[in-house]
Write a protein of this length. Structure first.
Lengths: 250, 87
């Protein structure tokens, strides 16, 4: 049963899967065609709703991975949670040509705008890198000059999303740095043993608080709280730290 | 149940309001701090959500969805400050 809607307000629309790409064994990027898409800002998300034949519905929020520049796709990268209600359908079942219900883009808080003059520090845990990737892509598209640093914490080298694309941004977009932190297994020959993100990681690879960077932290709730606490302890202004928790555990 | 950010209410609030409420600033009725709605601490799911002030833990906002109506309780915010377009 469709829920009633207030006239003139955000509502659900049908999105069609036009292309899909496997990012890792458990993560898939969906390219969606959404008629009359108004465009979006990097960091915004959409809500996805699935309805079972018996009418049972489940709704989840997913960050948009793509940047928007007068056109383009709505791209979502979905990490499969094995006990999830929605993500296994999106990663394993949904086929090109199928439709899902989508509402958005939404969220004007966890966004980066080209007009922000400050350096940017991005901290992503697991699939928390997705909205940060939209920011990196938007910066690249706009040829923006604000210095960007991304600290991306993942379990193993096989879990890295956008594994081929991230090094290209480092190469092609001056002022963008990437640090990959591995929590369970580091690549062969890595000088750093696997560990969770800590004060030393952020102190070494982030911006000093004196630079007053805009900080964006996204990932599982425990990751976000740890990283945000460290930023504050290092002297970053809490007002410059924006967080997006995915909930659950990593 | 795990905690989310006020950001996660953007879709539900977008069905009600013509502006992005998550980018608005509330002033907490409990502690007087002003903060973005997107920075609230959020519990619950789409059927019912409770959002608390990150500074004092007081409930700022409650949102409950029924089939044909939505209930929004904002008693924990003494005011909302809304950015205007172009600002």
């Amino acid at each position: 049963m469709a829920r009633a809607a207030l006239p003139g307000r955000l509502t659900w629309r049908a999105a069609t899967l036009t292309e899909a790409r496997q990012e890792t064994p458990s993560a898939r990027t969906l390219m969606l065609d959404v008629p009359d898409w108004p465009g979006h800002l990097p960091g915004q998300h959409v809500d996805v709703r699935l309805t079972a034949p018996d009418g049972y519905r489940a709704q989840r929020s997913y960050s948009i991975a793509s940047a928007w520049a007068e056109g383009g796709n709505v791209e979502l990268t979905i990490q499969r949670l094995d006990d999830g209600e929605v993500s296994p359908y999106l990663t394993d079942v949904l086929e090109v040509g199928d439709q899902i219900e989508l509402r958005g883009p939404v969220g004007g808080w966890f966004v980066w705008r080209e007009t922000q003059p400050r350096p940017v520090l991005l901290l992503g845990g697991g699939s928390g890198v997705v909205p940060l990737m939209a920011m990196v892509r938007a910066r690249g598209l706009a040829k923006a000059r604000q210095p960007f640093r991304l600290i991306y914490s993942v379990r193993t080298p096989w879990d890295v999303l956008y594994r081929d694309e991230l090094p290209r941004h480092v190469r092609d977009n001056p002022g963008f740095d990437l640090y990959l932190n591995y929590t369970r297994k580091a690549p062969e020959g890595s000088p750093n043993a696997p560990k969770r993100i800590d004060v030393a990681t952020i102190n070494t690879h982030g911006w000093p608080p004196d630079f007053e960077p805009d900080c964006y932290v996204c990932g599982p709730t425990t990751f976000v709280e740890t990283a945000a606490d460290i930023l504050v302890a290092l002297g970053h202004d809490p007002k410059r730290i924006r967080t997006e928790r995915f909930g659950g555990t990593s | 149940m795990s905690k989310l950010d006020g950001n996660a209410m953007a879709g539900d609030l977008g069905e009600i309001f013509a502006f992005d409420v998550t980018a608005a600033r509330y002033t907490c009725a409990g502690c007087g701090q002003a903060e973005a709605i997107g920075a609230l601490m959020l519990w619950g799911q789409e059927m019912g959500r409770v959002a608390r002030c990150p500074h004092c833990d007081d409930v700022v906002l409650r949102l409950v969805q029924a089939n044909d109506r939505v209930f929004l309780d904002l008693r924990g915010a003494v005011r909302l400050e809304l950015p205007l377009a172009g600002s």
